[in-house]
Design a protein around this ligand. Structure first.
Ligand SMILES: [Fe+2]
Length: 145
């Protein structure tokens, strides 16, 4: 299911795959909500950090499904996803252990996420579009209507 738009995804980071753009927007929304919560007076909501990591895993699975449907080779992209998740889980583990503060984690997550879109997902979106154009078996969602 496509989540509602948080309205935080800058135009420069749109990749023109609506399902993925909506998820990217949702991820920015979750990061912003965590930043706001961490500047509040209560304890940092660690379960919400885990929720962000779980949502990222769901997001990566969506990209993998789209690649499979379009016939795009996803091995390298999947390897990068696994490395990304490992790094983020490691950083979150440091937060839970008290070795890293939540603000440091969020700065890292936000920087990583923008880089994920520009360096990994923009070329990924180009590959999806190229495969959809080549293969009439896998038309774009717009072409199926
Ligand atoms: Fe992505």
């Amino acid at each position: 299911m496509t989540p509602p738009f948080a309205g935080l995804l800058p135009d420069a980071l749109l990749i023109d795959l609506p399902e993925i753009d909506a998820q990217h927007d949702q991820i920015f929304g979750r990061i912003e909500a965590l930043k706001a919560a961490c500047y509040g007076s209560g304890p940092a909501p660690l379960e919400d950090f885990q929720g962000l990591l779980d949502y990222l895993q769901f997001h990566f699975a969506t990209e993998e499904r789209m690649a499979r449907e379009a016939g795009v080779d996803f091995l390298d992209h999947d390897r990068v996803h696994q490395e990304n998740l490992q790094s983020l889980h490691k950083a979150f583990g440091e937060v839970r252990a008290g070795a890293r503060d939540v603000h440091s984690f969020l700065r890292y997550a936000e920087y990583w996420f923008e880089r994920h879109i520009t360096e990994e997902d923009k070329p990924f979106a180009d590959s999806i579009r190229a495969c959809r154009l080549k293969s009439p078996i896998n038309p774009s969602p717009a072409a199926r209507r």
